[in-house]
Design a protein around this ligand. Structure first.
Ligand code: E4P
Length: 215
């Protein structure tokens, strides 16, 4: 399982990358807007920190403009992956870009049929949004499980990024069903590190060591 970090916050990316847990980064227009800085500049800065794939999303909705935007985005750094929404225009753009060897991540995927269409168009990655499905009373992890099964049946090369991850249990469940990658917010990484018995154990080791050395 690979872990991408789902943020455009440079400090969070640096912290996670320094620990050595980051295989890539995903951003989206909302995450970029939160930073309040120039989009291209933010992507360039992220690319200076992380060697793995960095998803940068197009803003256009028409395929011709998506293709133009994508060709500009990949000039920012060699590891930029172009994020494209799951629409007819989006998949038309993905098809064209895949012929140009431009990597794509089809986003806002909420059904296996959508995922299969994206894979057939030549997407490098598809991003099913687990948390947003849970929000409307569906089961996001079931979608990832189904997608893994179908992609294996047809031996698609497209990798499945479990996205819209809200808590550590989502990460664990995505791994259990064989999701290839999970894109995880920094706050969720922090929670994944923690266990009360680890803290208690460290405390006991430190106190026993102190007593021993003071003898
Ligand atoms: C994925 O690539 C998206 O950026 C992200 O996971 C969306 O998560 P959200 O539903 O928490 O906004």
């Amino acid at each position: 399982m690979q872990f991408f970090i789902d943020t455009a916050d440079i400090e969070q990316i640096k912290k996670a990358n320094d620990i050595g847990i980051v295989d890539g980064v995903t951003t989206n227009p909302s995450l970029i807007a939160k930073e309040g800085r120039d989009f291209h500049q933010v992507i360039k800065e992220i690319a200076q920190i992380v060697d793995g794939p960095i998803s940068a999303e197009v803003i256009s909705l028409k395929w011709e403009n998506m293709v133009k935007e994508a060709r500009e985005l990949v000039k920012l750094a060699p590891n930029v992956v172009v994020k494209i929404p799951m629409t007819k225009d989006g998949l038309k753009a993905v098809k064209i870009l895949s012929k140009e060897n431009i990597k794509t991540n089809v986003t806002l995927v909420f059904s296996t049929n959508q995922g299969v269409l994206a894979a057939k168009a030549g997407a490098t990655y598809v991003s099913p949004f687990a948390g947003r499905l849970d929000d409307i009373g569906h089961n996001g992890i079931d979608l990832i499980a189904e997608m893994v099964e179908v992609f294996e049946n047809y031996m698609f090369d497209t990798e499945i990024i479990a996205a819209s991850i809200r808590h550590p249990q989502h990460v664990l469940d995505a791994m259990k069903v064989g999701g290839h990658i999970a894109t995880v917010p920094y706050s969720v990484f922090e929670k994944m590190f923690k266990h009360p018995l680890t803290d208690k154990g460290i405390e006991a080791f430190m106190s026993d060591w102190e007593k021993f050395t003071q003898k």
